[in-house]
Design a protein around this ligand. Structure first.
Ligand code: NAD
Ligand code: WQD
Length: 356
């Protein structure tokens, strides 16, 4: 299929592009690079064995989004493009509504106008807020606790309304739990700017010597060892699910909300120990006060993903740590390590955006 991947230069999107190309799909990336580097494109070319088309487009620009669909025919869209930092969303809610919700509306408008009727959307376990019970099933109550989460819930609802209004339009909302790890090549991975918000990139930066100590947010949660428990999922397993979701849309022609997790919880201290084993490095930490808005324990019931997509997670926490460490130790400064080779990314038919 000919697939538009919005946000395909980002952490999860770049891994999905590798998987989609490996399955024989033709991939076109659209990204504003608000939270990614054009340098990822040459790494993708190395992994895929051919340049990927990439357009620098901000989904907030309705005309530019429309332009993506003019002159090329897509069979489906995979939509990763969003701002995703919970704390930042509390400080700048309007920017999050504008970027995530308005951008999605423009994308849906263009899809409808051009008869593109298949969508795979990056949703999040954040739509469950603080769940009443674990493991979390897709029919658990939806309740969000911050503006970022609200954008994900609203986007799911907008997509649901569009599907209801147009019997030919089908979407799979993939609710990711905690994506971590990196491609086993060590060529692509998560490259957060500034101080990481999430646990795994913070642990990586402590292990590589960029940060002194990890602050463990709370040692008094009602969990196995008092630290927060989450369902970490390898980004390569996650990427695979997007290709499976596209196959589902083609095969079954219906919509679904699907959890993507391993179904297993891992505490902060369990992750730290797994990372120490994988890296051979000590991860110094202090147990500090709980972080506002955190919850004790969240992990998925991933059985629907298996039933509908034939998907299950294959990588365990040791593999997640091993691949995260390979990426971090090979690229301590993320995509800043390694030159931008315009020729290597050349062949991308349009504005491959290597000037940044
Ligand atoms: P990311 O920031 O690495 O990737 C998002 C990409 O979208 C970036 O390349 C960014 O430049 C681009 N983008 C953002 N706004 C855009 C716009 N208006 N127009 C064009 N491009 C735009 O994030 P990620 O971790 O790869 O997350 C991908 C998706 O998965 C997001 O929608 C996120 O909300 C969702 N998600 C992420 C996590 C996580 O922990 N990483 C968990 C659940 C859901
Ligand atoms: C995991 C655990 C922390 C950092 C967030 C978003 C969610 C989703 C994924 C997009 C928790 C603890 C963390 C640190 C720590 N994003 N921790 N020290 O909070 O489960 O989910 O990212 O949709 O919406 O809320 O992930 O990686 O931040 O935290 O002790 O420096 O690690 O308290 O128990 P979280 P996380």
């Amino acid at each position: 299929m000919h697939i538009l991947v919005c946000g395909g230069a980002g952490y999860i999107g770049s891994h999905a592009c590798v998987e989609l190309a490996a399955r024989g799909h033709q991939v076109v990336i659209a990204d504003s690079f608000v939270n990614s580097s054009p340098r990822v494109l040459q790494r993708l070319q190395t992994l895929v064995g051919a340049p990927l088309a990439c357009h620098r487009v901000d989904l907030r620009d309705r005309g530019a989004v429309e332009g993506l669909f003019t002159g090329q025919r897509f069979d489906a869209v995979v939509h990763f493009a969003a701002l995703k930092a919970v704390g930042e969303s509390c400080q700048r809610p309007l920017d999050y509504f504008d970027n995530n919700i308005a951008g999605t509306i423009h994308l849906l408008q263009a899809m409808q106008a051009h008869g593109v009727h298949r969508l795979v959307f990056s949703s999040s376990a954040t739509v469950y807020g603080d769940p009443d019970a674990v493991p979390v099933r897709e029919d658990a109550p939806l309740r969000v606790t911050n503006p970022y989460g609200r954008t994900k819930l609203v986007m799911e609802q907008l997509i649901g309304d569009l599907c209801a209004s147009d019997p030919g339009f089908h979407a799979v909302n993939l609710r990711y739990f905690n994506p971590v790890g990196a491609h086993p090549s060590g060529l692509i991975g998560e490259a957060p700017g500034g101080v990481p918000n999430n646990l795994m990139p913070y642990v990586c930066q402590v292990a590589v010597g960029q940060r002194d100590r990890l602050a463990v947010f709370g040692g008094d949660w009602p969990t196995v060892d008092g630290t927060g428990v989450r369902d970490y999922i390898h980004v390569v397993d996650l990427a695979r699910a997007h290709a499976d979701a596209l196959d589902f849309l083609v095969r079954e022609g219906r919509s679904a909300n699907i959890n993507l997790g391993t179904g297993r919880g891992t505490s902060v201290l369990e992750l730290v120990r797994a990372f120490e084993r994988a890296s051979g490095r000590m991860v110094a930490y202090d147990i500090v006060a709980r972080r506002a808005g955190d919850v004790a324990e969240v992990y998925a019931d991933p059985s629907l993903a298996h039933a509908l997509l034939g998907w299950h997670a294959e990588h365990d926490i040791d593999a997640m740590c091993r691949d995260a460490w390979r990426w971090q130790s090979n690229n301590p400064r993320g995509y800043e390590d390694g030159a931008v080779d315009a020729d290597a990314a050349g062949g991308a038919p349009v504005d491959a955006a290597l000037s940044r």
